[in-house]
Design a protein around this ligand. Structure first.
Ligand code: ATP
Length: 397
């Protein structure tokens, strides 16, 4: 086990961070964070060998990531202090002890450790009263300049507050407000803001976090392109009800992408492009967000039209992602929602049966004409012009 390896390597090893917090709260957590007093990389390498896994080392930071064959991930850090050269800069690493390592963490509830060596196995190490704050349900920074040194902690404080239904401690809240007013969030790189935002997208209480970010005047500083209107909040609050009607017709939906589409609801193409340019979401996200913004007007106009043939809807909808279709469904009024449902149903039912193989058997020479014929059959099927194989074939002839 970890303790025996630590003893044999003559290093002190501690479990730290989120897992300690969640253990004390009785909540599940699978991210193993270890701090090593001594050579963390050597210890990690030994551990990877004993537990059979792959290891990735970052010598410069004295850290290592272990991926075990059973799917478990272990992060290892060498005890260190961080010296900030100027606010919001990347930390410079020096050697240090456990206490110093814990001191540079975000909140008291995240700054506890559990001993893993033989002599202190299972012992809670709590220099900063994290346990008491857990009991009192408080999010508290460890030192006054915490938010100045790393303003992303302001966003993290809200994430933990809403996740556990805790309160941001009074002084901590004042320091946060001051750092917000003094524009410290504006100094953080877009990439770090994005990372924090992506973590929020995964939270169960995401909407409560959004509201709090807006209330504390943070939203417009980190996402200036995407206004959080009451209308958008309303859509977000009703996503689950709305999507339940569509999921069986639509297939899997990425909830993070759907949220972003809804957040882009009021933004024109230029603003969406500016947000993508700054945050660089994943390739898929960027494409879907841009395409949706680009087609928005056309699609709404089409859905509002009278007696629009299904094949016309299909022309615009066939290349849309599931998330985009669900987005249009959520933001559309009732009659248009019905059209979307109807289209999705028919798209599943009315599929031509004649294939390329059949065309060959009919003696048609293979070439671009195949595509044209199959396309024509799709249109005819969708619009109910043909309903059987025989009708399809007679249409071809
Ligand atoms: P989660 O359950 O969301 O994973 P976590 O506490 O494990 O919560 P991580 O982002 O995985 O969060 O970070 C692991 C630990 O690293 C935290 O518990 C905290 O001690 C420390 N940490 C993370 N980000 C910061 C930060 N910006 N400033 C200081 N310490 C941080």
């Amino acid at each position: 086990d970890i303790g025996a390896i630590a003893d044999s390597e003559k290093v002190a090893v501690y479990l730290v961070g989120g897992m300690v917090r969640d253990l004390l709260l009785g909540l599940p957590n699978v991210d193993l964070d270890l701090v090593v007093e001594g050579n963390g990389i050597a210890f990690g390498t030994k551990l990877a060998k004993e537990l059979t896994g792959r290891i990735y080392c970052h010598e410069k930071f004295g850290t290592a990531n272990l991926f075990l064959n059973n799917g478990l991930k272990i992060d290892i850090a060498t005890a260190r202090t961080e010296y900030y050269e100027f606010p919001a800069a990347l930390p410079t690493v020096e050697n240090g002890s456990l206490k110093q390592d814990l001191y540079r963490r975000d909140f008291t509830i995240n700054a506890m450790a559990i001993g893993l060596n033989h002599h202190n196995w299972g012992q809670l190490i709590d220099f900063f009263c994290g346990c008491s704050d857990l009991r009192r349900k408080l999010i508290r920074i460890l030192y006054n300049l915490s938010f100045v040194e790393d303003p992303t902690r302001i966003i993290r404080s809200i994430r933990f507050e809403k996740r556990y239904d805790f309160t941001i401690e009074e002084d901590t809240l004042r320091f946060a407000q001051k750092a917000i007013e003094q524009n410290f969030l504006e100094r953080v790189s877009a990439n770090r803001l994005k990372e924090e935002f992506v973590l929020i997208l995964k939270e169960k209480n995401m909407i409560a976090i959004f509201k709090r970010l807006k209330e504390m005047d943070i939203w417009s500083r980190i996402l200036p392109e995407l206004e959080l209107t009451p209308g958008i909040l309303h859509f977000l609050e009703h996503v689950t009800e709305d999507s339940s009607q569509l999921t069986s017709l639509l297939g899997p939906v990425d909830p993070g992408l759907l949220t972003l589409l809804l957040l882009c609801h009021q933004a024109d193409e230029k603003r969406v492009a500016a947000n993508i340019e700054r945050f660089q979401w994943s390739k898929k996200y960027n494409l879907v967000l841009m395409k949706t913004a680009h087609e928005k007007k056309k699609i709404h106009a089409m859905l509002q039209g009278k007696d629009v043939p299904i094949s016309k809807i299909d022309l615009l909808f066939r290349d849309l992602s599931n998330e985009t279709i669900l987005y249009f469904y959520i933001v559309s009024p009732d009659p248009e929602q019905k059209k979307i449902i109807n289209y999705l149903r028919l798209r599943k039912e009315r599929i031509p049966v004649v294939s390329g193989k059949d065309l060959k058997m009919l003696g048609i020479k293979p070439g671009p004409v195949y595509r044209e014929i199959l396309e024509m059959l799709r249109t005819a099927r969708l619009d109910g012009i043909v309903q059987s194989r025989a009708e399809e074939i007679s249409l071809i002839k």
